[in-house]
Design a protein around this ligand. Structure first.
Ligand SMILES: Nc1nc2c(ncn2[C@@H]2O[C@H](COP(=O)(O)OP(=O)(O)O)[C@@H](O)[C@H]2O)c(=O)[nH]1
Ligand SMILES: [Mg+2]
Length: 440
């Protein structure tokens, strides 16, 4: 995975939240400190890190959890949202006819990305052609030509011609009929005068719909200065961050882009033509946090306003009454399978094997359970282990169900209580113990 280290540290921080006995200021502080450390190690600018910390703390302690969400999930959601904010918006790339000009320093990954992009559009059914306007670097022509041929993308270049603008002008005529036209340009070691001049001239000749700045992720937060410089020269409509697979500083580069007016369009995650991903901030963060499709789940939780009683805290605290069980069955019935709900918190990532029907009962069963529970005393509901055989008979008669059905309910409760205790490791969440338990 891209940014394994950052993702791992953030996941550890969130696991702390899940494992905490209670969500209070102390645990939020602790988790925020862990997040800070992880972000700084990924070279995220201190200013961003501080703003993020403030936001997470403030919101966690002030905002009420939305319906259907407990305080634990609420804080996780805030972390998720604020991390997305730090990345800024994602660039809008349409699957339509367009001309794209690639710019960036030498070695940033322009040519590789040009070929990747061409393949990307080609695969989406758009006829794509590429022009090599790099007359500066030796071998630029062959590099791009080879890459394009491999993907069946049309390539235009003029090997021994030095005038990049002339090449582009002729090339554009040749590839006129193509849907997507991508122009690869030359870079320099720095944004020097002659590079700016050449960029502006090509810009003038191409009149591109998009200008993609290619930035090497290893630059970390310095990416911000570069994005600003290129932007003031020819204007940037999207950024591609490359080599995210090979650096620990990627967090810095990703977050730096939001300092500029630009937005990230794609990320490069390897050297092969397929190692390009369309950038979506929310999906990226979900993946980083190891949460699968957290967004839809969180939205789901927001919709089911009347399931406030789904309380992970009581579930993990070890205390688990019949009433708790009933509430949770009810909540899960409204929210969807437990497995899904579990994948919302990092627990699911630990490979917990939760069977689908663990909480969710059929409507009919729920009704029966309700009748049975109505015939129990409060004391029995709090702690059903005192229910003996004569009591089962009485409860069955009182609720109009069979003796065995009452026993089934009690057995069900016992199994679930045990599972909950196992999860909580006797009050404290114990990951190692749990992983062992599930044979990992
Ligand atoms: N690991 C990795 N390497 C990349 C990526 N993008 C480009 N590269 C490598 O970076 C080097 C420079 O890339 P190139 O496209 O020639 O850069 P240009 O000078 O800007 O055109 C090459 O060795 C590429 O294989 C990426 O996303 N991941
Ligand atoms: Mg190149």
């Amino acid at each position: 995975m891209v940014l394994d280290k950052l993702g791992g540290s953030l996941q550890d921080a969130l696991r702390k939240l899940v494992g905490a006995g209670r969500i209070d200021e102390k645990i939020v502080d602790e988790v925020v400190r862990d997040i800070q450390r992880a972000m700084l190690q990924a070279d995220v600018n201190v200013k961003h890190v501080m703003a993020l910390s403030q936001k997470i703390k403030q919101r966690s302690l002030k905002e009420e959890p939305p319906g259907g969400m407990n305080s634990r999930e609420h804080v996780i959601r805030i972390v998720y949202q604020e991390l997305i904010n730090i990345l800024g918006k994602s660039a809008n790339v349409k699957l339509a006819s367009q001309t794209i000009m690639m710019v960036g320093l030498q070695g940033s990954g322009k040519t590789t990305t040009t070929a990747k992009l061409a393949r990307y559009f080609q695969r989406k059914g758009l006829k794509t052609a590429v022009i090599c306007a790099d007359t500066y670097r030796l071998g630029a022509y062959d590099q791009l030509k080879t890459l394009c041929e491999r993907s069946g993308v049309f390539f235009y270049g003029e090997k021994d011609v030095k005038d990049a603008v002339a090449i582009v002008q002729r090339g554009l005529k040749v590839i006129e009929k193509y849907d997507v036209k991508i122009v690869d340009t030359a870079g320099r070691h720095a944004l020097e005068k002659d590079l700016i001049k050449e960029m502006e001239d090509i810009h003038q000749a191409v009149k591109p719909d998009h200008k993609f700045l290619v930035l090497d992720a290893a630059m970390g937060q310095l990416a911000s200065d570069q994005a600003k410089a290129f932007n003031s020269s020819i204007g940037i409509t999207g950024v591609v961050i490359t080599k995210l697979d090979g650096t620990a500083k990627g967090g810095g580069a990703l977050s730096a882009v939001s300092d500029t007016d630009s937005a990230i369009a794609f990320i490069g995650v390897g050297e092969t033509p397929d190692d390009l991903e369309k950038f979506e901030a929310d999906r990226f963060i979900s993946r980083l946090l190891g949460m699968g499709d957290i967004k839809s789940l969180l939205e789901k939780a927001q919709e089911s306003i009347d399931v406030e009683d789904f309380d992970m805290e009581s579930m993990l605290s070890g205390k688990f009454t019949l009433k708790d069980m009933y509430k949770q069955m009810e909540a899960v019935n409204k929210m969807g399978p437990l497995k899904q709900v579990m994948s919302m918190i990092p627990l699911g990532k630990l490979g917990m094997k939760v069977s689908d029907d663990m909480f969710a009962g059929t409507q009919e069963k729920m009704k029966k359970y309700k009748y049975i529970m109505d015939s129990m005393t409060d004391k029995e509901l709090e702690d059903p282990k005192h229910i003996n055989s004569p009591r089962i008979t009485r409860i069955a008669r009182g609720s109009g169900v069979k003796y065995d059905e009452v026993r089934e309910l009690l057995k069900y409760h016992k199994t679930m209580q045990k599972t909950m205790k196992g999860l909580s490791g006797g009050g404290k969440f114990n990951i190692q113990k749990m992983m062992k338990k599930f044979g990992m």
